[in-house]
Design a protein around this ligand. Structure first.
Ligand code: MN
Length: 128
């Protein structure tokens, strides 16, 4: 089965390692960046099929990074999924306003993550 190339932008090493292990084991292509600036650069170079975006990042936060990514040519339709532990009222709205397609709350459920990402990817490709 066809799997997306995922870029995970996350400053926490342990989270990156966990998601990397899970997605590589499931046959996804995996790219990672530890801050927004290098993530945006990598996205422009590597053209991922889906971006997993930590919201709490140093310097440039994930919402700002999402808005910048959306301005890159060809990035209008790449699914960007926000990842955050700050599940509060209004978070979903804020991530959607910034240009995210959806939201996964931390701690990450590694049993569900691969299928969740495939569903976001397929829904976006087929237009919701
Ligand atoms: Mn973080």
């Amino acid at each position: 089965m066809n799997k997306p190339k995922v870029l995970y932008i996350e400053d926490n090493f342990d989270n990156r390692l966990l998601v990397k292990r899970v997605l590589l084991a499931e046959g996804f292509e995996f790219l990672e960046a530890e801050d927004a600036q290098s993530g945006i650069r990598l996205a422009a170079e590597e053209r991922p099929d889906l971006i997993l975006m930590d919201i709490n990042l140093p310097e440039v936060d994930g919402l700002t990074a999402t808005a910048r990514l959306r301005e890159l040519p060809g990035m209008e339709n790449v699914p960007i999924i926000a990842l955050t532990a700050n599940v509060m009222k209004g978070d979903m709205e804020r991530t959607l306003e910034a240009g995210c397609d959806g939201y996964i709350s931390k701690p990450i459920d590694v049993d569900k993550l691969p299928q969740q990402l495939i569903e976001f990817w397929r829904n976006k490709r087929h237009g919701r």
